[in-house]
Design a protein. Structure first.
Lengths: 103, 219
């Protein structure tokens, strides 16, 4: 087991990955990459949960991280289904062009 | 272990940079595969063997294969790199640096947990002693083991057993609800992609009308 002095570095990496994912959602225009950045943010949250779980020597954080993984899988299924739908009606894959949800 | 953890975290951060700043979508996806794998290794180092396996199977095995498949199907064009003085990029980098600094300073200065027993062999959270069992053998001092797991139960039973015990006893209702969530997601995906399943009998004119309706709205 790593020592408890490593805990701040775990949190630092988790926050770095999370904000990097948020940055990617802001600056990238390809919806596929935006989805990947959301996955990155979810993974960062998982890292923080597992880090706290290891630090507090409690298994609950790992149970919640498991739930996050399930939600991420469901989100990817729906999101990629939406993207194939958008592509099949001939729209360009650019989030700046896809700013309306109706119709 | 500490050196291994530092190396894994640094590599994960670098490959995460590749996700955001790759011009080609497929390079982003491959960088994300690398990040996910490295985080799985971090989970293993942190004594979360169950999540290590789940992360590899669900993320690297299923989600990323789906991503690569969709990239191959849609073949998105490479994206221009954002200009260096793009306002969104500047604000985003400031946010990254700001939040990372804040979290790191908070963690280093023991803001994330109670400081009333720093300097001792064990650390505290909200006044309760954490990690004390290995040192003192006292099972009552740690309120985070609300479900009666002594701290060395992980070593005795193995991580998978302890996680399963929580998952199927304490959190059995949320666990069942996730099955509903996955069902809804599967139905939603089938509903969204149902036009692609229409066979060769489709009428091109009706298709075009349908597309026009979708893009411009019905008359």
């Amino acid at each position: 087991m790593p020592s408890q002095a490593m805990f701040p570095w775990l949190l630092l990496t988790a926050s770095f990955l999370f904000t990097l994912g948020a940055l990617g959602v802001l600056i990238r225009r390809n919806p596929l990459v935006v989805f990947m950045c959301i996955e990155l943010m979810l993974n960062a949250v998982n890292l923080a949960l597992v880090g706290y779980s290891s630090y507090l020597n409690s298994e609950e954080g790992q149970v919640f991280a498991f739930m996050v993984i399930v939600v991420a899988a469901a989100e990817v299924v729906v999101g990629l289904g939406l993207l194939t739908r958008v592509f099949s009606i001939g729209r360009e894959l650019d989030v700046d062009d896809l700013d309306e949800m109706k119709q | 272990m500490n050196v291994l953890l530092v190396i894994l975290l640094i590599l994960a951060a670098i490959s995460a940079l590749g996700v955001v700043f790759s011009a080609q979508t497929i390079y982003s996806a491959l960088s994300l595969v690398l990040t996910v794998g490295l985080l799985a290794a971090v989970f293993l180092v942190l004594n979360a063997q169950f999540l290590f396996v789940v992360q590899l199977i669900v993320y690297a095995g299923a989600v990323m294969v789906l991503f690569v498949f969709i990239i191959a199907l849609l073949d998105p064009a490479a994206e221009d790199r954002p200009r260096l003085l793009d306002l969104r990029l500047i604000l985003g980098v400031l946010a990254v640096a700001g939040l990372c600094t804040a979290v790191f300073i908070a963690a280093r200065n023991d803001v994330t947990y109670d400081t009333s027993c720093t300097g001792q062999a064990v650390t505290c959270m909200h006044g309760y002693t954490v990690g004390s069992l290995a040192a003192t053998g006292d099972t009552t001092a740690d309120p985070f083991h609300t479900f009666g797991f002594p701290q060395n139960a992980v070593d005795q039973a193995g991580n998978v057993q302890t996680v399963a015990n929580q998952l199927f006893h304490t959190y059995v209702l949320p666990f069942e609800i996730t099955s509903l969530l996955l069902l809804v997601a599967a139905i939603g995906a089938v509903y969204l992609t149902r036009r692609a399943a229409v066979g060769p009998k489709r009428d091109p004119q009706a298709d075009q009308r349908w597309k026009d309706d979708l893009v411009e709205g019905p008359d």
